[in-house]
Design a protein around this ligand. Structure first.
Ligand code: ADP
Length: 474
């Protein structure tokens, strides 16, 4: 369990971000220290070289001014001032003999043969510098070697680097403390920043978990989150809205489908029962089978319509597209529905333009679209009402408008009439299954056209289909 928790922790983004943060911090800090340490050490060495050069020049001047015998005094003075463990001086003739030397007893780690080699590699008048270290201790010194007096003598002056080392040690110690402090505070800061950054994600996760437990009503609340998290939360909430709509739609469709299947099946069963129990009469049988055929047709029509809607929603375009004249096509629909409208004493008119309006489309499908709309208009318009069909050509668009003075629809339901099985309460007493407009919408959309509705309860409705005109070949 403990191991599992630890695994979970190391797998979190917060943990990984913190680790990366600390690693980056360590890398940058070490880099910065290394560079500044190198610069500091180089500067100190340059300063030491400058003072070595000054010392050598002073002895050299003394040498030229007062002669070789007098410089011993100068060297002794130098030793008293600096201390025999801090500096040393050697004056050698070019055949390798030591002419003058300070007390070298504190410089046990110096290899005199190596010092002689430094002289051999020097060019007269130009000083050369070397750093020499001890193999047994941490001690180090800096040596300047210079050939003077036109190549007759070599002067060597050495200075301990103890001060430098003390400074370097102090610098390293300060760095270690600062490093540890910054590492810990960097880790804490990294942890804190990562947690803050992930807070929005945690909120989304919490919401998702709550949804799993108690329904779809929860949404992620955004307040002062950063833009990226806000966008994610908004996208997540939108997705939940869509899923909720979809679930509601599936539930409605299932309810309606169950209801629509139950009615014909109940009628068929009723007939079968009557036949089984009732008297054996051919007329009754005929009437019963008539009911069976009628209800089966209704069921097949319902199933076919559902399949067609599903097909065109899935982007399967089973269209026979040809050149059509909207005026002629809508005119045919008008002729077919005229007797029905007359039966219901509806004033049924067709406003046709003087010339044809050509479009590209599937004749049978468009005919069915118009029939569905006309069927609804007649169904939902009371006797003595009016229905006007118009074909209009405007700019590069052909329009079919079907306007009635029927029962109309409330504003808040207009948006839903294209959903599968949706029927407004006030129209439930009429025949139908609520699939007609859903089918119309899916066909019109997959043809690349559009359909709009305006309606007002008690005053009537207008459905307008907009279709791009067929462009003449240029
Ligand atoms: P159905 O006509 O079988 O009920 P539709 O899908 O064709 O199904 O229509 C869905 C609903 O839209 C109808 O039940 C009705 O409430 C509303 N509706 C459609 N056309 C009209 C109209 N012309 N006037 C008023 N309501 C309409």
């Amino acid at each position: 369990m403990l191991l599992k928790n630890r695994n979970n922790l190391t797998n979190t983004l917060v943990f990984r971000l913190t680790v990366w943060f600390v690693l980056l911090f360590t890398f940058l800090l070490s880099g910065a220290f290394w560079v500044s340490y190198k610069i500091l050490m180089a500067n100190l060495l340059t300063r030491i070289d400058t003072s070595l050069n000054v010392e050598v020049r002073e002895i050299e001047e003394e040498f030229y001014d007062k002669g070789i015998d007098q410089i011993q005094e100068e060297i002794d003075l130098e030793m008293v001032e600096e201390g025999i463990g801090r500096v040393f001086v050697r004056l050698l003739s070019m055949d390798g003999k030591t002419v003058i030397t300070s007390d070298l007893s504190s410089w046990g780690y110096l290899d005199l043969r190596q010092l002689d080699r430094y002289i051999e590699s020097a060019v007269p008048g130009i000083p050369v510098y070397h750093s020499v270290g001890s193999e047994t201790s941490e001690e180090k010194c800096r040596i300047i070697s210079k050939i003077i007096d036109d190549g007759k003598y070599a002067l060597q002056f050495g200075m301990t680097l103890k001060d430098n080392q003390v400074l370097a040690d102090k610098y390293k110690r300060i760095f270690v403390y600062a490093f540890l402090f910054m590492l810990v505070s960097g880790g804490v800061l990294g942890w804190f920043i990562s947690r803050q950054a992930m807070a929005g994600i945690r909120k989304i996760t919490d919401t998702a978990l709550r949804i799993g437990n108690d329904g779809f009503k929860h949404r992620v609340e955004t307040r002062d989150e950063r833009e990226e998290v806000k966008q994610l939360a908004v996208a997540f909430n939108n997705m939940l809205d869509r899923i909720e709509d979809l679930i509601r739609e599936i539930s409605d469709v299932t309810d309606n489908l169950a209801h629509d299947l139950r009615t014909p099946i109940t009628r068929i069963r009723g007939f079968a029962e009557t036949t089984l129990n009732g008297e054996q009469n051919l007329e009754i049988y005929k009437e019963g089978y008539h009911i069976v055929v009628e209800e089966c047709d209704r069921l097949v029509k319902l199933i076919n319509t559902m399949l067609e809607i599903k097909q065109s929603d899935a982007g399967i375009k089973d269209f026979q597209t040809t050149r059509l004249d909207l005026v002629e096509l809508v005119g045919k629909g008008y002729e077919i529905f005229l007797p029905l409208a007359e039966d219901k004493k509806i004033d049924f008119g067709f406003h046709r333009p003087p010339s044809p309006v050509y479009i590209q489309g599937d004749e049978a499908k468009l005919q069915r679209v118009v029939s569905n709309l006309l069927d609804n208009a007649i169904k939902f318009t009371d006797p003595h009402g009016k229905i006007l069909i118009s074909v209009i050509q405007e700019n590069e668009e052909g329009r079919i408008s079907i306007k009635d003075t029927g029962i109309g629809m409330p504003d808040d339901q207009i948006g839903r009439i294209f959903e599968k099985f949706y029927r407004i309460d006030s129209s439930r007493s009429t025949t139908g299954n609520g699939l007609g407009l859903s089918w119309v919408k899916s066909i019109v959309t997959s043809m690349g056209w559009s359909i709009q509705v305006t309606s007002s309860p008690g005053k009537g409705s207008e459905f307008v289909i907009k279709i791009p005109l067929e462009m003449p070949n240029v």
